[in-house]
Design a protein around this ligand. Sequence first.
Ligand code: HEC
Ligand code: HEC
Length: 193
Amino acid sequence: MKAAAVVIPVLCIIGLATVLYVESAESEAERAARYRGCLLCHTDSFEQEPLSCLQQWQHGTPLTPMVHECMLRAHPELPGEDAELLAHYITARQLPLLAAGRKTERGAALYAAKCATCHGKNGEGEPGNYPPLRGSEWLIPAPDRPSLRQIITEGLEGPIRVNGQDWNSTMLPPGVTDPQDVQLLIEHLQRFH
Ligand code: HEC
Ligand code: HEC
């Protein structure tokens, strides 16, 4: 009883201190960005577009030093005391953009490797042999036909209708099994609507 009376308030104080510390660390970087007037010119706060200087960035290599370097290349006059803080500020905003870019690339690469030989580079299909994906109603979920997830993992066989044309053939499972890959591929296929 006595121990709890001491431990609980102490834990509360530690928790509160952590929250305040994290909050103040974040707003410090934000304050620095505002104080230096960065957001006057960079009105999107670095969260809309990937920085052009990060095109060479490889997934898995440290990002903050690269941001730091390209920031100083663009603005060599920037004082050192803020540069590191600002590099963290920009990196935090760039990471989701770069991660999204990686996903798009992965979906496109899977399509090129596993589907394009039959369904065409741009989903146009091959007259007489392989049905098109471009404009296909099969991209839209409906209760009376298998989902894209099923088609990708199990293949498809028998008479079907695509964009008003009849087909009757077999598609063996094309070999995309990882659930996350299947999801990225399905997202990529949405561009053929
Ligand atoms: C007066 C307008 C202006 C201000 C203020 C400004 N910038 Fe810039 N910044 C630019 C311009 C213009 C470029 C493009 C330069 C180039 O392409 O080489 C740039 C480029 C950059 C880049 C590289 C962008 C890329 O896509 O590679 C970074 C990072 C950057 N600025 C960070 C900052 C930070 C941090 C601050 C605040 C300390 C700041 N900038 C303040 C105008 C400004
Ligand atoms: C070896 C050739 C081949 C490959 C590779 C292939 N398909 Fe197919 N696909 C077919 C054939 C043939 C059909 C028609 C099956 C039928 O008649 O029942 C078909 C049908 C489809 C359909 C339904 C009809 C349509 O055109 O909308 C979808 C969706 C589809 N495939 C998606 C994919 C995806 C996604 C991939 C890559 C993961 C892929 N296919 C890989 C041959 C292939």
